[in-house]
Design a protein around this ligand. Structure first.
Ligand SMILES: NC(=O)c1ccc[n+]([C@@H]2O[C@H](COP(=O)([O-])OP(=O)(O)OC[C@H]3O[C@@H](n4cnc5c(N)ncnc54)[C@H](OP(=O)(O)O)[C@@H]3O)[C@@H](O)[C@H]2O)c1
Length: 284
């Protein structure tokens, strides 16, 4: 089973598949699921300061016994940490929570606050060897243009909602000239039964001896998306990584392409997002 990787616009090779740990609460539970995942062959974990579980991720990395360079850690800064000078201090605290010398990929989690100041500090953190690659999450407004124009280092990735019902075709084309790659959040529609039970996925699952979720994850891989489904279920954990021994045909990829309904699960507009998110400040 050979997992695929993506070469980012700065030359770093990133495992295309990983584990997302959003909504996994507490260091112990996080450490356990990450260690189980690493034992199954996962080499990439997607966390965030706002998830409150970076320490558990760091503990799993230390306990895994693997050389640090064999694992890829992504984390994200919250707007309360944005600003030139302030962001560097936030990165130092993140390194300490993750108990690591460097972060493989660091993202701005949300498109609010002094994101341009934060980006300048992130570029300095790359120069200082604290961070390898930098990117954005949830920048889908004109603020994306602002960063793309101002950035000396163009974002390596853009992490956004992306799944067969919301395929992000236009955004993908828009960021391609910068070499920026889409990372899919809600890759399984956050577990939505409507998406998982699409008849097309059932038919393909039967053909390949796979589950519907595996067909969706395989579609992400062949679409060139970076993908990290979240699960705490041991059966799903093993199933989700078992997608590298088959390939969908170009006709099947095109059929899945037609399922795009421009349907998001997360529907707050920019003002609603700001009101909703500004209420939360993650603890150190
Ligand atoms: N940047 C952002 O703002 C942002 C936002 C959301 C998410 N994310 C990232 O994206 C990751 C994934 O997103 P997500 O967790 O919200 O959504 P998701 O991965 O699309 O869906 C997770 C749900 O799918 C279920 N599931 C997982 N594997 C399954 C399988 N093989 N068969 C059936 N059901 C399965 C899980 O339930 P069980 O636990 O029962 O398996 C869970 O309820 C997050 O963990 C996080 O790292 C980022």
């Amino acid at each position: 089973m050979k997992q695929t990787s993506i070469t980012l616009n700065n030359g770093c090779r990133m495992p295309q598949f990983g584990l997302g740990v959003f909504l996994i609460t507490g260091d112990e539970a996080t450490r356990k699921v990450c260690l189980d995942a690493i034992r199954l062959g996962y080499r990439h974990i997607d966390t965030a300061h706002a998830y409150g579980n970076e320490r558990g991720v760091g503990q799993a990395v230390s306990k895994s016994g693997l050389p640090r360079e064999e694992l890829w850690i992504t984390s994200k800064l919250w707007p309360s940490e944005y600003g030139e000078g302030k962001t560097m201090a936030g990165i130092d605290k993140m390194l300490s929570r993750l108990d690591t010398d460097y972060i493989d990929l660091l993202l701005l989690h949300q498109q609010f606050g002094d994101y341009l100041g934060a980006w300048r500090d992130m570029e300095r953190a790359v120069a200082a060897g604290k961070v390898r690659s930098i990117g954005l999450s949830n920048f889908e407004s004109s603020r994306l243009e602002e960063v793309l124009e101002a950035a000396q280092t163009k974002p390596a990735v853009l992490q956004v909602e992306c799944h067969p019902y919301y395929q992000q075709k236009a955004l993908k084309q828009h960021i391609a000239p910068y070499g920026t790659v889409i990372e899919s959040w809600y890759p399984l529609g956050h577990g939505d039964a409507g998406l998982l039970n699409e008849p097309l996925f059932g038919r393909l699952a039967q053909k390949y001896g796979k589950t519907n979720a595996q067909i969706i994850l395989r579609w992400h891989i062949q679409e060139g998306n970076i993908v990290f489904p979240k699960t705490m279920n041991p059966k799903h954990l093993a199933e989700n990584i078992d997608i590298f021994d088959f390939a969908l045909t170009s006709e099947e990829m095109a059929e899945i392409g037609k399922l795009d309904k421009n349907q998001r699960y997360f529907t707050l507009n920019l003002e609603e997002q700001e009101a909703h998110l500004s209420q939360f400040i993650p603890a150190d």
